[in-house]
Design a protein around this ligand. Sequence first.
Ligand code: AMP
Length: 199
Amino acid sequence: MKLTIFGPPGSGKGTYAKMLGKDFRVPVISIGDLLREEVTNKSEIGLKIKDLMEKGDLVPDEIVLEIVNKKISDNVVFDGFPRDMKQISVDVDKAINLTCSDEVCIKRITNRLICSKCKKIYNLITLPPRVKGECDECGGNLISRVDANVVKDRLRVFKRETLPVINYFRKKNVLVEIDGERSIDEVYADIRKLFKLKK
Ligand code: AMP
């Protein structure tokens, strides 16, 4: 089964994709994490996409599709794919649309930290680390997400490029809308119900 989670930046799609991957024991393909890794490693691709990512723009489709084709398997949870109409190359069995207002997205992102090692996401208000600046899971350094200051641009890009993709899956009747403004536990309880997953 192939699943994908949509939602504006800050809606929590990365968090729920990781939780679903763990519960289903299937790989998660997080395009954002994979691209950030390329930037951190200063690879050829990383150098090409650094500025685009910092501005909140999408990375070229060829690069994203190459990464997806390398990683794809029969059972997978996508986080952040497909992000525009040209990326609709893979059929998904179910798509979740996490809804979240611009105001809430902006507030969440500006308070968000990510572990530089294991990529766990924290939020200074809703999910602070036990020790300031340190990951609870692996002790890695917590850093601000590169794109925190460009969240408004990212929201514009989301509406222009990704909303048509969401509509496409809605028309195909594979889309389920979930209110992403609630707590992680509440949202994930709905997602769990959707897949009849036990606690
Ligand atoms: P995310 O972690 O999903 O919020 O993604 C962070 C950034 O990675 C985005 O702002 C884009 O620059 C880039 N990105 C992630 N997924 C894609 C995709 N499917 N296509 C193009 N760019 C992407």
